[in-house]
Design a protein around this ligand. Structure first.
Ligand SMILES: Cc1cc2nc3c(=O)[nH]c(=O)nc-3n(C[C@H](O)[C@H](O)[C@H](O)COP(=O)(O)O)c2cc1C
Length: 169
C-alpha cells in the first residue's frame, strides 16, 4: 500500500471533466485558467464549487469582479488548454488564446467553441488547505450536443498531470 497521501488521493478521483474558468481582468480582457477540481454543491438553488489556489491570477480576478464562466471543452481545444493551464495570466496575456462570445447574463465572456457553458456569480470563497473553495451561484447554463447525457459532444477528461481521455460511445 502506498503512503503517498498528498500526491495520490486526487489521482484516484480521476477522470474529471476539464473546465476552463474565464474571468475578467481589470482592463476588461478575459483570462482563462484550467480547473479539474470542481463539483456540483446544490440543485435548488444551483451552486457549483471549484478549488482554486490563491496563487492563481484567476483567484484575484474573481474576487474583484464577483463572477466567472465555466467552459467545457472537447479535445479540439487541448493545445490551448495546455497553455492556459501551465501559464499564469499574471505573467502572460492569455486573452487571445480562445475565441470569445458574450455571456447571456454576465459581463465575463464565454468560450465560443466550448460544448458546455455555466455562468456563475461569486457566492463566497473559503480558504481550505492550499486551495480556496470558490462557490458560484449559477445564473445560466447551455450546452451543444447534450440531451440528459452527452450525446454528440464529448468533453475532454483529465486523468492527472498531462494525461487526458474521452468518453467512449
Ligand atoms: C488539466 C489541468 C487541471 C487543473 N486544475 C486546477 C484546479 O482545479 N485548480 C487550480 O487551482 N489549478 C488548476 N490547474 C492549474 C491552473 O490552470 C494553472 O495554474 C493556471 O496557469 C492558472 O492560471 P491563472 O494564474 O491565469 O489563473 C489545472 C491545470 C491543468 C492543466
Amino acid at each position: 500500500m502506498t503512503k503517498d497521501l498528498n500526491g495520490l488521493y486526487y489521482r484516484l478521483l480521476c477522470p474529471r471533466v476539464v473546465a476552463i474558468i474565464v474571468s475578467l481582468r481589470p482592463d476588461g480582457k478575459p483570462n482563462a485558467m484550467v480547473a479539474a477540481w470542481h463539483t456540483p454543491i446544490s440543485v435548488n438553488p444551483p451552486i457549483v464549487a471549484i478549488a482554486i489556489a490563491p496563487s492563481r491570477f484567476t483567484h484575484k480576478l474573481i474576487q474583484n469582479s464577483g463572477e466567472f464562466t465555466i467552459n467545457i471543452p472537447d479535445k479540439t481545444l487541448t493545445e490551448q488548454i495546455e497553455v492556459a493551464g501551465y501559464n499564469s495570466g499574471e505573467h502572460m496575456d492569455k486573452s487571445a488564446l480562445f475565441k470569445y462570445a458574450p455571456s447571456k447574463i454576465l459581463k465575463t465572456p464565454i468560450i465560443e467553441d466550448a460544448i458546455g457553458v455555466i455562468e456563475c456569480k461569486l457566492n463566497r470563497m473559503l480558504e481550505m488547505g492550499d486551495h480556496s473553495v470558490v462557490f458560484g451561484n449559477i445564473v445560466s447554463v447551455s450546452a451543444k450536443g447534450f440531451g440528459e447525457v452527452w450525446r454528440t459532444s464529448t468533453p475532454l477528461l483529465h486523468l492527472g498531470t498531462n494525461f487526458y481521455t474521452e468518453l467512449k460511445k
